[in-house]
Design a protein around this ligand. Structure first.
Ligand code: PLP
Length: 360
């Protein structure tokens, strides 16, 4: 098995031995999908085989371990982490609750970035349709996302419109532009909507794991991150941060009605059917567990995600970032991009035209 705990201090050395890449292959596209770690593959095989003997499947504490690992990575509490199957699911759930709580009204504005990934766009298109709000896409220009975002929020405010939601990535998936400065964004949002808090929603899938992120200090309300990129997980899971304000509000709810996120339905426990009132207890689990997706938490994916997260925690985003910065500097002669929107030195942005030309 790959040495998961082997390299936790000092400058990160080459980690190729932890992967199964054939000799001669240099894989650059983790921002699309990362290669699987040997250790994650191995634990995945074990987890698949477990159902040969279904009586061996149990609540082994892995879901809560994943919550704790993700919480450690982004500096929040484990009780603020929910487990969902996709970022689009997570964002749809956020939009559902914003509408349910009346946190958006007719004439309000939802801000996204031009070309933003669809999983963080469709739910906002629908929310705006349902609430008669306006969806605004910030155009990328030479001033960078932070300037463009602030300008837009101020313009909408001077026109008498409140920004109810700002739903953005940390880095744009199409060209790696960013990072978006969430602390600055939060400050402007709070200044212009002091009495009714604007909701800051982040899809961190493109960079979480390789670029550190300050969730609490930036006042992010919700964050979702699919695990198949820089978190080195398999497909089929998005980890979600939900600020306590959202989980503790008795009006918020999961988007799917299910037993597993109900109080007392831990592990294999089934709640008793009641005759008065007819049905099952409707109380939710405490904290962000309330926003866990319906259905049994996946006993194949979760051990894989946990192993992958442990590796990222051992490497640390700071060390990955520093190592990649050296490598991408080395080979800067390769990279081309037609945008000046910030960037970080550890993520290389290509437009497809250029990746194609470079044969990547
Ligand atoms: C920026 C970004 N967010 C999210 C996702 C995944 O979204 P979902 O989990 O809804 O498929 C992707 C693609 O894999 C992506 O590039």
């Amino acid at each position: 098995m790959g040495a998961v705990h082997s390299d936790t201090h000092g400058e990160l050395q080459c980690q190729k031995h932890l992967f199964s890449l054939p000799p001669g292959v240099i894989y650059l596209n983790c921002a699309s999908r990362s290669p699987m770690l040997r250790s994650v593959e191995e634990i995945g095989h074990q987890a698949v085989s477990l159902k040969k003997h279904p009586w061996r499947i149990s609540d082994n504490g892995i879901p809560d371990k994943v919550r704790a690992q993700f919480a450690e990575l982004i500096g929040v509490k484990a009780a603020e982490v929910a487990l969902t199957p996709s970022t689009s699911y997570a964002i749809s759930q956020v939009a559902h609750n914003i509408l349910k709580l009346g946190r958006i009204e007719a004439g309000d504005v939802v801000i996204i970035l031009q070309n933003q990934m669809s999983s963080n766009v469709y739910a906002w298109q629908r929310l705006c349709r349902e609430s008669s709000a306006k969806l605004v896409a910030i155009r990328g220009d030479d001033s960078g996302w932070d300037e463009a975002l602030e300008r837009c929020i101020r313009q909408e405010s001077s026109a008498g419109q409140r920004v109810a939601v700002c739903a953005v990535p940390h880095f744009l998936w199409t060209d790696g532009s960013g990072p978006v400065d969430f602390a600055r964004l939060r400050k402007v949002l709070d200044e212009l909507s002091p009495t009714k808090r604007s909701c800051l929603v982040v899809d961190a899938t493109q960079s979480l794991g390789v670029v550190p992120i300050a969730v609490k200090s930036a006042g992010i309300d919700w964050l979702a991150c699919s695990v198949h990129k820089w978190l080195f997980g398999p497909y089929g899971m998005s980890l979600v941060y939900a600020a306590e304000e959202w989980s503790s509000n008795p009006m918020t709810e999961p988007i799917v009605q299910d037993e597993h996120n109900r109080l007392g339905a831990d592990g294999d426990i089934c709640l008793p059917f009641e005759m008065s009132p007819v049905g099952y207890s409707e109380d939710f689990q405490d904290g962000a567990k309330k926003f866990d997706a319906g259905g049994r938490l996946n006993p194949i994916l979760l051990p894989m995600v946990s192993r992958a997260l442990q590796q990222v925690l051992d490497w640390t985003p700071e060390r990955i970032s520093s190592r990649l910065t050296q490598l991408t500097f080395l080979d800067q002669r390769w990279w081309q991009s037609d945008t000046n929107l910030g960037k970080t030195e550890d993520i290389v942005g290509f437009l497809w035209e250029y990746s194609y030309k470079a044969g990547i």
